[in-house]
Design a protein around this ligand. Structure first.
Ligand code: SAH
Length: 276
């Protein structure tokens, strides 16, 4: 297909990355080598794909939702044996057969599905997986990256910050201006690298499950004191016991608690055998 005939689709979050410096930067932070099996989400018209294929990698598999781009992409990279392409929705594509091989995930992600993409690739509390991606390199909305990297006391801290920080090492590389894309999105972006923690470096699964539950309940009403929100899952007696054992005052609100305090709370839930 002649690419000129392709109309960009807003509903697919199509903003082509056109800043050569950022394309180079992504390739640089990916630190690709001949053992790498790269998964690219949403190759678009292949700007990033071409950069990544231009390195010493073993394989690049791309998954693109937009059917109108498939022939174009296949044509563009048909001479490259390392390249394979699949039409599909990244949120529902079964990756079981390649998850053990994938070493790095790279994407300029469609912003409207940021949450589910993070769940799938960075992971979820309480869910152990058999495989491990070494690096996940995402270009995503700056505001979400800042939220993920926030700590207690900040206005932007939330359940997402605690979850992502417990699952992964996270490093923001740089902010990226809307003019780096065509058409420019309404918001700023950031380039960020996640290094998901190996199973043995994560908390134990029960602690993760408790933290996940406590986060869900307390952040449902972030302005309320923990004492009030936790009432929906704990008896008054349990609340008092838990507050005493953890030495955490339950007049606090969820955004006042540090990561270590969430861990402490979960561990004490287990110790005093509070039912999940
Ligand atoms: N990587 C390209 C395009 C980024 S725009 C570049 O940097 O220029 C986001 C891309 O993700 C688009 O190509 C869009 O069609 C694709 N996309 C959107 N939703 C998707 C989904 N659910 N699964 C796979 N790809 C998707």
């Amino acid at each position: 297909m002649n690419f000129k005939n392709h109309y960009q689709k807003k509903r697919f979050g199509q903003h082509w990355l056109v800043n050569e410096k950022i394309l180079e930067k992504i390739k640089e932070v990916a630190e690709l080598n001949e053992n790498d099996f790269v998964l690219e989400i949403g190759p678009g018209r292949g700007a990033l794909t071409s950069k990544l294929l231009d390195s010493e990698i073993r394989k690049l598999h791309a998954i693109e939702l937009d059917r109108d781009l498939i022939d174009y992409l296949n044509g563009r990279f048909k001479n490259n044996k390392k390249f394979s392409l699949q039409q599909g929705d990244i949120l529902t594509t079964n990756l079981d057969s390649i998850n053990n091989q994938i070493t790095k995930v790279v994407a300029n992600i469609p912003y409207n599905i940021t949450g589910p993409i993070l769940d799938i690739f960075v992971g979820r509390l309480g869910l152990i997986r058999e495989y491990n991606y070494k690096k996940i390199i995402f270009l995503m909305q700056k505001e979400v990256v800042d939220r993920i990297l926030s700590n207690e006391g900040s206005n932007s801290v939330g359940a997402l910050s605690v979850r992502m920080q417990l699952l992964s090492k996270i490093k923001k590389i740089c902010d990226v201006d809307p003019s780096s894309f065509s058409p420019p999105p309404k918001v700023f972006s950031s380039l960020v690298v996640f290094e998901p923690l190996k199973a043995e470096l994560r908390l134990d699964i029960r602690s993760e499950e408790y933290i996940d539950k406590l986060l869900r309940i307390s952040y449902n009403s972030r302005r309320k004191m923990l004492r009030n929100t936790l009432k929906s899952i704990l008896s008054n007696d349990e609340i008092n016991k838990l507050s005493e054992a953890s030495k955490i005052c339950f007049n606090l609100r969820p955004q006042d608690l540090s990561i270590n305090q969430w861990i402490n709370l979960a561990d004490n839930c287990i110790k005093i055998e509070i039912k999940k």
